[in-house]
Design a protein. Structure first.
Lengths: 214, 313
């Protein structure tokens, strides 16, 4: 489904090139449940941004469903973004919208959508649909963020430290939700530095200095 | 979509306050300056009449018993001169039109004089004649018909000689009424005389040091120049305020965009295209502009009502 071949992503720091992705090779299968782990600055988040289509690699190849993403037109790129849902550590909910509106926000930009109530029921957020993000706990916010991904038919969910700002119980709850979603056929890629969280995934990919080491 | 947009704009209202205030100031100033200047231009003649100035006249001040009497007015209106000359032929010339005659003369029909009350309408074929002309036309009573330049007129007034000197000037004058003059004057009265305005004639009549003229056209010119200056200053001020407001609006909009980068990022992550983001900001700007226009119009209406009320009082 996703293949990175000798991917290089450079950043300029103090006029010197810093290789965030250093000739990285990676294959993510359909329906995978992968944790990408590594120390801070090893290139995890950059990798996530490249996969999500927010960043472009400077060298190498990125194939999505066997198609070269570098050669994608604007339309194809927006299709790629529409296939991939991203969940962040700080939830990224819009404060001025209710939970319901935050979830439906995604449907404003996409044609496909699922039943809101079904999704809400699945994530146990039915009773907070009319609340504002400021009235929610961290776990609830993250479930709303997941619901926002699910309301449109995403094939992959990328999660950048999804449990980073949650307590242990809530973190476990979120991981259970990810597992359920994976069982339903959605690929889950989690970036984390928490080994306990990573151990709940089917596969662990370790990164060091912009490369996959295992 | 509209509900979302309103909600977004409303949520960002603190950021939009400055934009709305700046837009309102610019729109209110431009509207006010335009309304006031067009009002001034439209009503400038009326305003002068209200000030008691016969702006299309030369005013003659006559010295009587060491006092300057300004109730004696020689009318000399360049504006109407040519049009009447054409109609009335070569013997008689229109020398003037008094824009506010009823206030200057108090003629009385019952005493054989004529009265031109404000708003009284006369027909085009009715005239008032000076006292010398009643012998010329053999017309000694009112409502007689006379033939003048091939046109039959009904005499509705004879200007008899009186103790006042002023009537002597009009002994050989014919006064005609013209409907359309109503548009310009309150009395609708024209003078037809065989005398052209001539300062030497006045000098001979009154003595050299016993009179002087006030050419109210000059007064009018200087007043209009002043009004134009005020208008231009107002326009310049409004222009400056518009420029300042535009800078303020652009600056605010840009800072608005920069401070909403996170929101834009979230929306793009959810699949919004650049067009979606542009559309949102453009629609927001239009909505803010519409709100500003409504507020500005209400402010301008309130100001105009207030001005009307104060001027009425």
């Amino acid at each position: 489904m996703i293949k990175l071949d000798k991917a290089v992503k450079k950043y300029k720091v103090d006029n010197k090139d810093l290789l965030a992705l250093n000739y990285l090779d990676l294959i993510l299968e359909e329906n995978c449940f992968v944790a990408i782990v590594g120390v801070s600055g090893c290139g995890k988040s950059t990798l996530l941004n490249v996969i999500a289509g927010y960043d472009k690699i400077d060298y190498g190849y990125y194939y999505f469903n066997n198609k070269d993403v570098n050669k994608f037109s604007k339309k194809e790129k927006s299709k790629l973004i529409k296939n991939i849902g991203v969940i962040f550590q700080d939830f990224n909910l819009l404060e001025y919208l209710t939970v319901k509106e935050n979830i439906l926000l995604a449907t404003r930009y996409m044609n496909s959508k699922k039943d809101l109530l079904k999704v809400a029921k699945k994530l146990d957020i039915l009773d907070i649909l009319n609340k504002y993000p400021s009235q929610l706990s961290g776990g609830q916010k993250q479930r709303v963020a997941i619901a926002r991904c699910l309301i449109t038919n995403k094939k992959i969910i990328l999660a950048d430290e999804p449990t980073g700002s949650l307590d242990k119980d809530n973190a476990i709850k979120i991981m259970e939700i990810f597992k359920k979603l994976n069982d339903e056929g959605i690929a889950i890629v989690i970036v984390t530095h928490d080994e306990n969280i990573a151990s709940r995934c089917k596969k662990i990919i370790r990164m060091e200095n912009g490369r996959v080491v295992n | 979509m509209v509900v979302w947009l309103i909600k977004e704009v409303f949520y960002q209202r603190k950021r939009h306050y400055l934009t709305i205030i700046a837009s309102c100031i610019a729109i209110v100033l431009v509207l006010l300056v335009n309304i006031i200047s067009s009002f001034i231009i439209k009503n400038v003649n009326l305003s002068f009449e209200q000030l008691g100035l016969n702006i299309s006249c030369i005013q003659l001040l006559e010295k009587r018993n060491d006092n300057w009497i300004d109730s004696v007015i020689e009318i000399y209106d360049i504006r109407k001169y040519s049009s009447y000359k054409k109609i009335q032929g070569r013997d008689y010339k229109v020398i003037g039109c008094n824009s506010n005659l009823s206030k200057v003369f108090t003629f009385n029909f019952e005493r054989g004089h004529f009265l031109t009350p404000t708003g009284n309408r006369y027909n085009d074929n009715q005239i008032v004649i000076g006292s010398k002309l009643k012998h010329y036309f053999n017309c000694y009573q009112l409502n007689d018909f006379i033939n003048f330049n091939g046109i039959t007129f009904q005499v509705v007034g004879i200007l008899e000689k009186d103790n006042y000197n002023l009537y002597e000037d009009f002994d050989d004058c014919i006064f005609i009424f013209e409907g359309y003059v109503k548009d310009y004057t309150q009395s609708g009265l024209y003078f037809v005389s065989n005398k052209v305005f001539d300062e030497s004639y006045i000098s001979e009549l009154l003595g050299e040091d016993n009179y002087f003229f006030i050419d109210q056209r000059q007064t009018k010119d200087s007043l209009i120049a002043l009004l134009n200056l005020i208008r231009n200053v107002l326009l310049a001020l409004s222009f400056v305020s518009v420029v300042v407001s535009i800078i303020c609006i652009v600056n605010n909009s840009l800072s608005n965009i920069y401070s909403r980068m996170k929101e834009i990022g979230i929306k793009k992550a959810l699949g919004a295209s650049n067009e979606d983001i542009y559309r949102q900001f453009i629609l927001e700007s239009i909505l803010i502009f519409l709100i500003s226009i409504v507020i500005s119009c209400l402010i301008v209406l309130a100001i105009i009502k207030l001005i009307n009320l104060t001027t009425k009082n």
